[in-house]
Design a binder for this molecule. Sequence first.
Ligand code: GLU
Length: 436
Amino acid sequence: MTVNTLEKPGRRHGGWVIEDAQNEENPFAAMTARLDRAAAALDLDPGVLRMLRQPEKQVTVSIPVQIDNGEIEVFTGHRVLHNTARGPGKGGIRYDTDVTLDEVSALAAWMTWKCAVVDVPFGGAKGGVRCDPFKLSAGELERLTRRYTSAIIELLGPDSDVPAPDVNTNERTMAWIMDTYSMHVGHTVPAVVTGKPLALGGSLGRREATGRGCMVVTRQALEHLNLSVQGARVAVQGFGKVGSVAAQQLARAGCRIVAIGDRTGAIHNDRGIDVDAAAAWVRLNGTLEGFNKGDRISNEELLTLAVDVLVPAALENVITAKNAAHVRAKVICEGANGPTTAAADSILEERGIFVIPDIVANAGGVTVSYFEWVQNRSGYAWTERMVNDRLDEIMVRSFHDVLALSRGHQVSLRTAAYMLAVRRVAAVHELRGVYA
Ligand code: GLU
């Protein structure tokens, strides 16, 4: 199956406005542009590059679901395994109105590079169901999840493909997937998913892992740039699983969070926002709407505030060729996958903005997913301290590996991160050869 890179060039993504600039936002094209750049810098074997440019497997399924009024609705779902040379496919499943095969394929490839950058023994995968999860009841979501799981069941397994939460999915979704899979195979298999509830074999620290990882690499970046962590002014776009925790962790590290936003809009308060209060508000009310502890601003305005650190932690394509020239942050920590388009990369680079690329910045989540998988397979649960210490160590090491490569080759951190990842995946392909 080929990848349709012309699918849905510009679009509105949930409540986030996404600009349309000549297909600039096609995520698979963005991924390939970065891969090609790294391959050229590495002088990569053209045959290996050809393999890495294509996902190994793309599966599209229709998912009939009986909705609460008794009618049947049919949803479309995808699961893509981009590359499994280094280990089982690993990556989340998202529920969103704008899910496309193209987007899922790009996200799967990003997982390949992310797992390779932090050097966990996984390949890259991703799944998605095109639906509006906010309009589905808990029962409908459960039936959707179970039917989707059973439709892709041949791919799944602790040694072949291990899902996790992503946009609009959570621990409860993972519990349904784990149960459905276990019922199919006839025994309980906790290691088939990560990001599970603790009682089902989830890991301590997994829920906070992506946001914690963002904090760790941001601190490293500020120290590297001789900027003070204490009092550093931070704007965070997205207040879900990643953004809210990143904001809380950065606040605990001494930063001042001056702006936060979600799909309902953003707030700005130069004196600092109490992010624990904001998180408590969201737990009660679902969104930040009505949390009036600052001036209401738009998400677009949040992105261009004069801050030390900007954390885009929502969706793809928010920093584009149209607004990159107006971004005034000194450091960008990409909590989301693909928040910056390939066209915006060069603008940010020219302007000297220090971008910690997504495949490093948000790798904390999959790193602790790896710890969860290891704990499940050995049947021994780690303490939270063990999880956090090992996570911090991997994040710090990966950041410095990428920084050293970027300085050695005089390339951006993003190109260096791709170079490191692609080199690791290519080395495995070279050793394994091509099965004929
Ligand atoms: N969805 C997360 C990501 O994009 C986590 C994936 C995982 O833990 O497998 O990195």
